[in-house]
Write a new protein. Structure first.
Lengths: 447, 185
């Protein structure tokens, strides 16, 4: 390295060192609002993380519920499969292997049996014997276990044969109608009638006792659960209740210490179409006049100005109660999904966009002091109806009542897709809405 | 509560105690604003960087190891935030430099004869790319290799930008010095 280079290197280092010392000693004055801005960001982040934790709990709860539901469903299915298997074995034993008492009756005419597809097809309806077998499951011998109730005239014979306590009771035909349909093929009523008239010991109502505990459950699953069923339209009512907050963004946000959310409640109609695989498309019309009572905590000092308002800011520092009544008409368009856990319970969720038409007016409580355009107690005139887009998502559980009704309860989050710029609050351009709450709905599913 | 130790400050901030957060801010904010100013075009930008830095500091303070200097840890976050700030905005432009011209201008300059505010102002007036390289090298003590990795440029570019920055800085300071001396003639 030449002397010139060494000299230059030395100069550079000296220069750098001196520069570092000088800049390190430099401590310029801080702007008054800087800490407030940092604190505002911290509050926002803390709230966001609290909300995230809350959402994790909600999602965890939903996952747990769905897990329990799936476990319950799997368990029920397994029980059902076992019960059906047992029942088949029981029927086999009862009908074919373990007759204890045979009450002989007259042979049905061949032509009647032939008309009904042969004896094997309709047995024991067209059986020429009334078989009384032990009920393997209950351990009792019951007259009805093989699928037919004896005629009252036969009941005396059965009672005599088995003893009063073992004869069992005749089943109510109406009570077992559903189970009959689910479990056994029936001979046509007119054929039964002819059988009844022909047979010397006429068969009474053709009934089968639901001999396994889930017979009605099978029937319920087949008949009630609307989720896997075909495409069905539905109509219903809906209500939302939760916490609504106006999010203030940009430099305008720096003027607030806190904003308190307000309770938002809307009620309306919903209608949609459920598709075969559980997907549904939904729209509706709901309104809210619960409006907004906003509490702001304005800072003492802030340098920003409100866009659109000439001169310094018009509001004074301190806690401020702003009555900001809003009339909303919401028209949502949503895509949803129902996941059926069993015949009654389902998980459901939906997401989409909402088109809102808003009319608002603002006023202030008289005990607050204001300067500029916002005078204490002054009510602003109504703003014209304006349009506003937001997005929303919700998830929760649904309960099916009967064959047509479904009630669902969901947690919902909605956030504005645009600012209120030029909307209902023309002086507050950097605001949008955020809603977190619950949604309760009831639907009538047309069949 | 007047003399709060660094450990107490850090623990308070880990607990998200607003009082300790403000104390930490009050202890370091002014010095760090000076650091931010050497990376930025003006005070407004410097405050934005500082605001972002303090949010990062409070979010990550649980990672601070008490074995090192708290000020050094904070300064590193501030410097990283400053470089990220410009890198994210893709605003760093590195103009061509004639190294021979730059080397020619290197000379001795007595920084003691200038007010710190004037030095900072002269640094702020440097072109963006040169300013970043100059500050990282001369003030933070980064090597040209480290600067290259931080700003995603070659070592050669870092060196040439630094030389250009020094040349421009000296020019600006000398011009200011001449202006000041003329005023008193």
């Amino acid at each position: 390295m030449s002397n010139e280079s060494l000299n230059d290197f030395y100069n550079q280092n000296r220069f750098n060192k001196k520069l570092r010392e000088r800049i390190d000693s430099f401590e310029p004055e801080l702007s008054d609002s800087l800490w407030d801005r940092i604190e505002h960001d911290l509050v926002k982040k803390e709230n966001r993380s609290k909300r995230a934790v809350w959402m994790v709990y909600v999602m965890g709860g939903l996952l747990l519920l769905s897990g329990l539901g799936i476990y319950h469903l799997a368990n029920e299915n397994q029980k059902l499969a076992e019960a059906i298997k047992n029942q088949e074995e029981v029927l086999q034993q009862e009908i074919y292997t373990t007759p204890e008492v045979r009450v002989e009756r007259e042979q049905f005419p061949d032509e009647i049996i032939a008309e009904n597809g042969g004896a094997s097809n309709t047995a024991p309806a067209l059986s020429n014997t009334l078989t009384i077998a032990p009920n393997v499951r209950s351990g009792r011998t019951e007259a009805s276990t093989i699928g037919m109730n004896p005629h009252p005239s036969q009941q005396a014979l059965i009672s005599e044969e088995l003893g009063e306590e073992n004869a069992g009771e005749l089943l109510d035909a109406e009570d077992n109608e559903e189970a009959n349909q689910a479990l056994m093929p029936l001979a046509p009523n007119d054929k039964l009638e002819s059988i009844n008239t022909i047979a010397s010991a006429p068969v009474s109502a053709f009934t089968v006792r639901p001999t396994h505990p889930h017979a009605k459950f099978v029937q319920a699953r087949k008949g009630k659960n609307i989720v896997p069923g075909r495409v069905r339209p539905y109509v219903g009512l809906t209500s939302e209740l939760g916490s609504n907050k106006q999010l203030v963004k940009g430099p305008y946000a720096a003027r607030f210490n806190h904003e308190h959310p307000f309770m938002y409640n809307s009620k309306g109609l919903q209608f949609g179409v459920k598709f075969r695989n559980g997907l549904f498309v939904q729209s509706g019309l709901s309104s809210s006049v619960s409006g907004a009572n906003l509490w702001y905590d304005f800072k003492e000092t802030f340098n920003d100005t409100v866009p659109g308002i000439a001169g310094p800011d018009s509001l004074v520092a301190g806690k401020t109660h702003v009555v900001n009544k809003q009339f909303w008409i919401d028209i949502p368009v949503q895509l949803g999904y129902i996941y059926s856990l069993n015949s009654n319970w389902a998980l459901t969720g939906q997401a989409g966009i909402t088109y809102s038409i808003i009319n608002a007016y603002s006023g202030f409580e008289p005990n607050q002091g204001f300067s500029g355009m916002d005078q204490a107690g002054e009510a602003r005139p109504h703003h014209p109806f304006k349009n506003y887009w937001s997005m929303s998502g919700s998830a929760g559980i649904a309960y099916q009542l009967g064959n047509n009704w479904m009630i669902d309860l969901q947690a919902q989050y909605r956030r504005g897709l645009q600012n209120f710029n030029g909307q209902s609050l023309p002086n507050h351009p950097n605001r949008t809405n955020e809603f977190l709450g619950g949604r309760l709905g009831i639907r009538y599913i047309m069949r | 509560m007047t003399n709060i130790s660094d450990i107490e400050l850090v623990q308070g901030c880990v607990d998200q105690n607003r009082f300790y957060q403000k104390k930490l801010y009050e202890r370091f904010a002014r010095k760090m604003l000076g650091v931010c100013m050497s990376y930025s075009r003006d005070t407004y930008e410097a405050e934005n960087i500082l605001q972002e830095s303090f949010i990062k500091i409070f979010e990550n303070i649980k990672r601070y190891q008490p074995t090192g200097s708290l000020e050094g840890w904070i300064r590193r976050i501030v410097v990283n935030t400053a470089t990220d700030y410009y890198r994210k905005k893709k605003r760093i432009k590195f103009s061509e430099v004639n190294l021979e011209d730059a080397e020619y201008m290197i000379g001795d300059l007595d920084l003691d004869s200038f007010a710190v505010r004037d030095i900072i102002k002269a640094v702020q007036e440097l072109p963006e790319g040169s300013r970043m390289v100059f500050t990282l090298y001369a003030i933070e003590g980064y090597t040209h290799k480290e600067i290259g990795e931080t700003l995603d440029i070659s070592v050669g570019t870092s060196k040439s930008q630094f030389s250009r920055a020094r040349m421009l800085l000296q020019e600006k300071l000398k011009r200011n010095e001449q202006r000041e001396s003329k005023r008193f003639l």
